[in-house]
Structure formats: structure tokens, C-alpha cells
Design a protein around this ligand. Structure first.
Ligand code: HEM
Ligand code: HEM
Length: 266
């Protein structure tokens, strides 16, 4: 498999390679697959460490920042990525949704109903990560942007963060249930393409358009994600992060000299 092929559909591969493997095509490009499985790992760590709390919170913050970077990358990749990664390609339209519900939709990539779930999942993850950045756990951990808002706002946003976590878990259960239904009941081949990238060609199903992000598109998307993460984590270092509870404890002179310093978010 050549590098351009990893970034676009098989149309970009040399004619010989195309002819040799005409029974399948590249459904999900490599960056999208790396995004997906890294997201699975980071969200798992974020959910587990968020629930454990306490000493696990700095790890929660790290996983959260990784998720921020992944989401920024996905946003850029949804614009410059290969055909099936582009938001315009799978943005659900009423006609396509109707055709899908009536069992008449034929296409590649996210189906119209699945696309709705994908947008909901990405939006909820973004809201979850954004609220986390401004939150604090009222003990010794604060998000890297918590110092930019007052105590009251920080607490309110933390409340939203907890609430959103419940919604996110529900949507993740739905995501896994939908995939299990497609794989086990409808016998659709979904999981393997998300690992290898390749899907079997089927008669009557159009192949993805030939668009490639190219190396510069990939480098640009990764650089943007890294810049956002570095900027966010850097803001934490200028003023000291002192969560509400630590500030209250610090007021009386009786506060013990050995009181633990608040953990940095990053
Ligand atoms: C924390 C857990 C997970 C999260 C946050 C997550 C998130 C996502 C997202 C955001 C997408 C859309 C990809 C895109 O950006 O275009 C997606 C698609 C997909 N995910 Fe997951 N996922 C999770 C777990 C899993 C697991 C465990 C599996 C496999 C067993 C899986 C299989 C898939 C498949 C097959 C698709 C493509 C669906 C399609 O064909 O339209 N996901 N997932
Ligand atoms: C999508 C990414 C994230 C997920 C899935 C997530 C998930 C969670 C969960 C499940 C909890 C426990 C909620 C509860 O106690 O009911 C939590 C708490 C928390 N998270 Fe996140 N989080 C994410 C991102 C972040 C980020 C980026 C930060 C900051 C760097 C952050 C900061 C916090 C804080 C401060 C709490 C403690 C709130 C409390 O005291 O209950 N989170 N998060």
C-alpha cells in the first residue's frame, strides 16, 4: 500500500495495485483509523480516571487534553481528509435519511442515520472536553483554563461536565449497540474496515470519490491539533492554579505548611 493510498481512496494508487486488488477499496484512511482507536483509548482513560477521581485526576486532565487534540485534528480532517472522512460527504440530508429508513440507501462511509450519531458523538465529546478545561474537582485538581473564570462559573461548568458525562456514556452505549446490531444481525462488515481501512466492493454501491488530503493536509491537521493542545496546557503555567477549596483552606494562617500543592492539569 503506497502512502497516497493511505490518505485517499484506492483511486490514488498506481494502476497495477488497483487492478490487483479491485475487489476491495480503502473505506477509512489511516489518519481516521488512528484517530478512532486513539479516541477509544483516551475516552476510556478519561471516563475511568474521572470516576476514580482523587489522585487520578492529573491523568484525567492528560487524557482530556489528548481528546482535545484528537477532536481538533478530526475537525480539520473533516475538511481536508479523504472522501469518506469529510463532513460534507456524510452530512445527513433529509432525502438520504428517508431513503435509508426505507431501506433504499446505497452508499459508502457513514450511513445517514449513523452520520447523525457521529455528529452527536463528536459534539458531545467537544462539549465534555471544553467544560472539563474550565472545571475543578473542589479538592486539588483544576482544568488548565479554570483560572480564567470565577469560582461560581467554574463550579457551574463542572456541574455541566458531570451531567454531560452521563449523556456521553449513554451515547457510547448506543454506539456500541448499533455496531453490534449491524454486525451480528444485519451481517454488515463494519469493524474490520475500521482496523484495516479496506472494505469489500459490492455491485451497485458507488466507490468513494477520489480525493486525497495529501501529506500537507495531514501535517497541517496534526500541527493545528498540537498547537491548540500546547496553547491550552501552557496557559496553566502562568498564574498558579488554585481551586476553590484550596483557596478557602489557604485563607487562615492555620493552614498546614505541608498542605499538598494543587496538581497541574498537564
Ligand atoms: C470510547 C469508545 C468509542 C468512541 C468514543 C467512539 C467514537 C467513534 C466516532 C467519533 C466515530 C466516527 C468516526 C468519524 O469520525 O468519522 C466512530 C465510528 C465507528 N466506531 Fe467507534 N467509538 C468507540 C468505540 C468503538 C468500538 C469499541 C468499536 C468496535 C467494536 C467501534 C467501532 C466503530 C465503527 C465500526 C465505526 C464506523 C461506523 C460506520 O461504519 O459508520 N467504536 N466511533
Ligand atoms: C471528553 C473528555 C472527557 C471525559 C469523557 C470526561 C469524563 C469525566 C467523568 C466521567 C468525570 C466524573 C464525573 C462525576 O463525578 O460524576 C469527570 C470529572 C472531571 N473532569 Fe472530566 N472528562 C473529560 C475531559 C476533561 C478535561 C479536558 C478536563 C480538564 C483538563 C476535565 C476535568 C474534570 C474535572 C475537574 C472533574 C471533576 C469534577 C467533579 O468534581 O466531579 N475533564 N470527567
Amino acid at each position: 500500500m503506497t502512502t497516497p493510498e493511505l490518505l485517499s481512496d484506492f483511486g490514488a494508487a498506481p494502476p497495477a495495485a488497483r487492478a490487483a486488488d479491485a475487489s476491495s477499496y480503502l473505506l477509512w484512511d489511516l489518519p481516521l483509523r488512528v484517530f478512532h482507536w486513539s479516541l477509544v483509548a483516551a475516552v476510556t482513560v478519561a471516563v475511568v480516571t474521572g470516576e476514580l477521581g482523587g489522585a487520578w485526576m492529573p491523568w484525567h486532565g492528560r487524557a482530556g487534553l489528548v481528546i482535545v487534540g484528537l477532536l481538533v485534528f478530526r475537525l480539520a480532517w473533516g475538511i481536508v481528509g479523504s472522501a469518506t472522512s469529510r463532513f460534507t460527504q456524510f452530512a445527513p440530508r433529509p432525502a438520504a435519511l428517508l431513503a435509508y429508513v426505507r431501506g433504499r440507501w446505497r452508499g459508502v462511509g457513514h450511513n445517514p442515520l449513523g452520520a447523525l450519531a457521529v455528529f452527536a458523538l463528536l459534539a458531545l465529546l467537544a462539549a465534555q472536553a471544553a467544560t472539563g478545561l474550565f472545571g475543578n474537582d473542589d479538592i486539588a485538581f483544576a482544568g488548565p483554563l479554570n483560572h480564567l473564570v470565577g469560582d461560581e462559573t467554574g463550579d457551574r461548568v463542572t456541574g455541566w461536565h458531570r451531567l454531560l458525562a452521563t449523556g456521553l456514556l449513554a451515547l457510547l452505549v448506543l454506539h456500541l449497540a448499533a455496531i453490534a446490531f449491524h454486525v451480528l444481525v444485519k451481517r454488515h462488515r463494519l469493524i474490520r474496515p475500521m482496523i484495516t481501512g479496506r472494505q469489500r466492493a459490492e455491485p451497485g454501491v458507488p466507490l468513494p470519490r477520489r480525493v486525497s488530503a495529501g501529506r500537507f493536509g495531514l501535517i497541517g491537521a496534526v500541527a493545528l491539533a498540537a498547537a491548540v493542545v500546547v496553547t491550552i496546557s501552557g496557559t496553566d503555567r502562568a498564574p498558579a492554579v488554585v481551586p476553590a477549596a484550596a483557596r478557602v483552606a489557604a485563607v487562615p494562617a492555620a493552614a498546614p505548611a505541608s498542605a499538598p500543592a494543587p496538581s497541574p492539569a498537564w
